[in-house]
Design a protein around this ligand. Structure first.
Ligand code: SF4
Length: 62
């Protein structure tokens, strides 16, 4: 499973990085980015929580 960010939709609130810092961080423009690698199993639940909590639905996990 990998996480993807729609940067056109992200508003840079930082919630995803607070919920799951192992996968999400903010880039130099203040928008979210996700690790390129597969999401480690031990943080998959928190990554999914970030996906659910994102206020703009900018995160997808596939
Ligand atoms: S929670 Fe959503 S809107 Fe907020 S920084 Fe993360 S991807 Fe962007």
């Amino acid at each position: 499973m990998k996480a993807y960010i729609d940067k056109d939709t992200c508003i840079g609130c930082g919630l995803c990085a607070d919920i799951c810092p192992e996968v999400f961080s903010l880039d130099d423009d203040g928008l979210a980015e996700a690790i390129d690698e597969d999401i480690p199993d031990d943080v998959l639940d928190s990554a999914r929580e970030a996906e659910e909590q994102c206020p703009t639905g900018a995160i997808s996990i596939e």
